[in-house]
Design a protein around this ligand. Structure first.
Ligand code: GCW
Length: 652
């Protein structure tokens, strides 16, 4: 006889690990209302389980309760809009099944935060609030820093209890869409389209659906060749179009809750319409037509650029590529195509200007793609809370229209590259879970305050000791600026080790094909992107173009993104450019040290394992920050032979 398999839940529940509360309002004793939908029932179940975990003795009362209660009133057809209102001494939640679920999580969170009557009347800002997984079928994750995939194992989709808990985490912060496989679609993942893994996919899809999360798949543009045996993937070829229609017919019929495809085409070696002399619009529209009978959508990435650039070519500018390729096509995409635009016109760096393409799409649906996987921002070994950056982008005025011209008003959806894996704590660094939670809240309400989110996340995760909350919130809020200071200066980006993108290597990409150059000499550094340079600034509205084109008016944190300047260029505060870079690197390291010291002060206030895990990460962050500081400063000193004015140690 086979021994029975014992299943251990070997992972944390993050902010859903509700802690016992001393005092809960009396209404938490009773749940009234009888939701009929699967999502409504999930809401009721979550409410019951959450309240119990907080220490309430809750009972289900049927339609009406005798005494103060939480009443779940399910109203069909009202989308995601949720109302939480005080009703006598109780609370009433009104909305569709999925809205009730969002309402329940809101209520639980606010009870955990100590609020008795958290009234809320809210609809999400975007209909698609998405996480993109770069998970491969073999279980590895491209740019994954927290273990292996929990969606794939041994070449196939994989379902476990963890899938359910993941989906609960997503829904609890308002996320409602998830693409489970890498945009770089490798051999095994191709088969996701053909029905080979229907059973496994369906299980995942059904589980996601129960929590209102739609399933998306990344597909390869040349699937008709790779899977269909055709010799072409030309989007205008009738056989290719028919192949996609037939394939979608079968796939959508067998996978409930499948919402559409995410496509990386003509990008970093991936196949796409350009190979056939067709435009990005012709490529996207062909797929859009194939998914449209099933209400499907196509998320088409705009990360199209020349990745085989010759470093001797000083005219081609990778930053311009998104706009060059897509702005002229505005209006040519079908209604069910969303253009997915990377934050950062170049690539997810710690500091880049807002992509100008976000101001050029009047007639095309668009979405911003953030990256909470910390590829260039410390790989979840360094603490780097990204919400302040996301807020800056969403609040940015593109200045093409007199009003409603901020990024958050121009886009129709948001997504982020996920930072999760099968590590115990899901995100490698315990503090990186704040990016996951925060991204969800911001996707629901782009005006949410990153500091308030950090505070809430800290209380839900570590309990409500005010010293812990203050310290963790401060660490999170300072972390991006600190990381920026000890790594790459003033928006220039890169300077990281090629390939794995971790740690310093200032010339690592300098003579390479990826179009990411600083072109530093003994006198000056940077690429001029104004009208006398690559002309990139011209992609912005006139006032912004003029502002960025002038070194004097350009925001200083982006100075070297836009300009090539001598080391003795005077910054606004009188320091030279070089001295500012030296100072930032020395200060950045010291501030990282201060964050680590602040964490150490919490030793007696935290779970010892959590404390030690984060302390370990800080050790590595400090080692690496010192490396960045010394390599960048020494490299600049060796080029310029200008010493640090304060006489601090630079290595020769
Ligand atoms: O920044 C680059 C990453 C690649 C990634 C690519 C993309 C999935 O280094 O790993 O590929 O971006 O966004 O497509």
């Amino acid at each position: 006889m086979q021994p029975k398999e014992v299943i251990f839940v070997d992972y944390s529940l993050l902010w859903l690990d509700w802690k016992p509360k001393r005092a809960l309002p009396a209404y938490t004793k009773r749940i009234a209302g009888m939701p009929a939908t699967r999502q409504g029932k999930a809401a009721q179940r979550e409410l019951m389980a959450g309240l119990k975990a907080m220490g309430a003795e809750t009972m289900l009362c049927g339609k009406v309760a005798d005494g103060p209660s939480i009443k779940l009133t399910e109203s069909l057809g009202s989308g995601e809009k949720i109302t939480l209102k005080r009703s006598g001494d109780g609370m009433e939640l009104i909305g569709s099944g999925i809205a009730l679920l969002y309402g329940v999580f809101h209520l639980l969170r606010h009870l955990a935060l100590g609020e008795d009557y958290p009234e809320w009347d809210s609809s999400p800002a975007y209909a698609i609030r998405m996480l993109d997984h770069w998970d491969n079928a073999d279980g590895s994750i491209e740019r994954g820093y927290s273990g292996r995939s929990f969606f794939f194992r041994d070449g196939k989709p994989f379902f476990s209890e963890r899938t359910r808990d993941y989906v609960r985490l997503l829904a609890s912060c308002g996320l409602n869409a998830c693409c489970i496989n890498n945009v770089n679609v490798h051999a095994n993942a191709l088969k996701l389209l053909t029905g080979s893994y229907q059973r496994e996919l369906k299980r995942i899809a059904v589980c996601l659906g129960e929590y209102g999360v739609s399933l998306w798949l990344s597909v390869s543009f040349s699937s008709p060749i790779e899977l269909g045996g055709l010799e072409t993937a030309d989007p205008l070829d009738p056989r290719v179009r028919q192949w996609w229609k037939d394939t979608c017919g079968k796939l959508f019929a067998s996978i409930p809750n499948l919402a559409g495809f995410l496509v990386k085409a003509d990008s970093e070696g991936r196949p796409g319409p350009h190979s056939y002399g067709r435009t990005q619009a012709e490529g996207a529209n062909m797929l859009a037509e194939a998914v449209s009978p099933f209400g499907g959508k196509i998320l088409w990435r705009c990360f199209v650029y020349n990745c085989t650039q010759d470093w001797r070519d000083t005219k081609t500018d990778r930053a311009s590529a998104q706009c060059d390729h897509f702005a002229p096509l505005d209006g040519q995409f079908r209604g069910n195509v969303y253009l997915q635009i990377k934050n950062g016109p170049v690539d997810f760096q710690i500091r880049e200007p807002v992509s100008p393409l976000l101001g050029h799409l009047e007639h095309t649906a668009s979405m911003v793609e953030f990256q909470i996987a910390q590829e260039y921002t410390g790989q979840q070994k360094h603490v780097c809370y990204l919400l302040p950056m996301f807020r800056e982008v969403l609040d940015f005025h593109m200045e093409h229209k007199p009003e409603h011209d901020t990024v958050k008003e121009n886009i129709s959806a948001v997504c982020a590259v996920s930072n999760t894996g099968d590590d115990y704590n899901w995100t490698g660094h315990d503090l990186a879970a704040a990016n996951l939670f925060g991204f969800g809240l911001l996707a629901w309400d782009p005006s949410a305050d990153p500091e308030e989110i950090a505070r809430e996340w800290s209380i839900l995760t570590f309990g409500d000791d005010p010293v812990v909350t203050r310290t963790v919130t401060d660490i999170l809020m300072n972390s991006r600026r600190v990381y920026e200071k000890y790594t790459v200066p003033l928006g220039i980006g890169w300077m990281c080790v090629p390939g794995n993108h971790y740690g310093p290597s200032p010339d690592g990409y300098e003579y390479d094909r990826w179009g990411t150059y600083h072109r530093a000499t003994h006198k000056e550094i940077g690429v001029e992107r104004g009208p006398d340079g690559t002309g990139y600034t011209e992609q912005y509205s006139p006032r912004l173009a003029a502002m960025y084109a002038s070194a004097e008016n350009c925001p200083e944190e982006l100075l070297l993104f836009f300009h090539r300047l001598p080391y003795d260029y005077r910054m606004k505060d009188g320091r030279t450019l070089l001295q500012r870079i030296y100072d930032d690197h020395f200060e950045g390291y010291e501030e990282a040290q201060a964050m680590s010291d602040a964490w150490n002060e919490l030793r007696d206030k935290l779970d010892p394992e959590v404390y030690a895990r984060v302390q370990d990460r800080f050790r590595e962050q400090l080692r690496c920050a010192k490396e960045w500081r010394d390599v960048i400063n020494t490299w600049l000193y060796r080029l310029s032979l200008i010493p640090d004015e304060k006489g601090r140690k630079i290595y020769m």
